[in-house]
Design a protein around this ligand. Structure first.
Ligand code: SAM
Length: 230
């Protein structure tokens, strides 16, 4: 069973995400395991401080390396640092400056046994963490969010749904956009009842029961979508 470790100063952030949806249900069903770690538990009492002012001046606070190091050491049972070749555990720091997360990477990560995700906050994390104590930095896109929790939930969702058994119908992941067989392709349009809604009707071919015609129409529509997307 694949395990996800989420390291955050806002552990409650993930509660509603894990209480519902495909990945939440998979966790409840024991198809994957999600463990949320409060980074403050790894910062010294009594104040459990996880951030400090930046060297060199400037605005905002920076997350300290020590609590992250301690948390990683406890989780991994070894000195934190890049994993050895073939190690089925990987540690990523969520960062807008990281390598771009996409469906191909989601597929690669879904083959791991364990994925540890560190959520930054404030101005970010002391650079020594990215340089020395993780496998890589992961970005979910070229924009800046206020914390790594939303990116971590996104990665968990995209990876979690690829774990065998999580999607009710394994065919779903094969037919959808950016699939392994055709990573450039998009999914076709989908329709359900009612047949007519506000004057817009479901394409007739989908209602005719001619499976070859439906498959051809779907391929053509997916291609049109791709062209429109550019
Ligand atoms: N100073 C940083 C910069 O300009 O790149 C932004 C820090 S951001 C306000 C705080 C945290 O949010 C980051 O440490 C990271 O964990 C997370 N974060 C923000 N944008 C992200 C993105 N596009 N992908 C992944 N994580 C992101």
């Amino acid at each position: 069973m694949m395990r996800f470790d989420l390291i955050t100063i806002f552990p409650d952030y993930f509660a509603s995400f894990l209480a519902q949806g495909v990945v939440g249900r998979a966790a409840t069903a024991g198809l994957l395991q999600v463990v949320v770690h409060n980074l403050r538990d790894y910062a010294p009492a009594p104040h459990h401080i996880t951030d400090d002012r930046p060297f060199g001046g400037g605005e905002g606070m920076v997350m300290k390396p020590e609590p992250i190091y301690r948390c990683l050491a406890a989780l991994l049972g070894r000195e934190p640092g890049p994993a050895a070749e073939g190690d089925p555990t990987r540690v990523y720091l969520l960062s807008a400056q990281g390598e771009r997360f996409d469906q191909a990477r989601a597929r690669r990560l879904a083959r791991l046994k364990r994925l540890v995700l560190i959520c930054g906050r404030y101005e970010g994390v002391d650079e020594r963490v990215a340089e020395n104590f993780v496998d890589d930095e992961l970005s979910i896109g070229d924009f800046v969010l206020s914390g790594g929790e939303l990116p971590a939930a996104l990665v968990l969702d995209a990876v979690g749904r690829l774990i065998p058994g999580v999607l009710g119908d394994p065919q779903s992941a094969i037919n959808e956009s950016f699939s392994e067989a055709s990573p450039e392709d998009l999914d076709c349009p989908h329709y359900t009842r009612p047949i007519e809604f506000h004057g817009h009707t479901v394409p007739e071919v989908l209602r005719g029961g001619n499976h070859a015609a439906i498959a051809a129409w779907r391929r053509q529509q997916a291609e049109l979508k791709k062209q429109r997307r550019g």
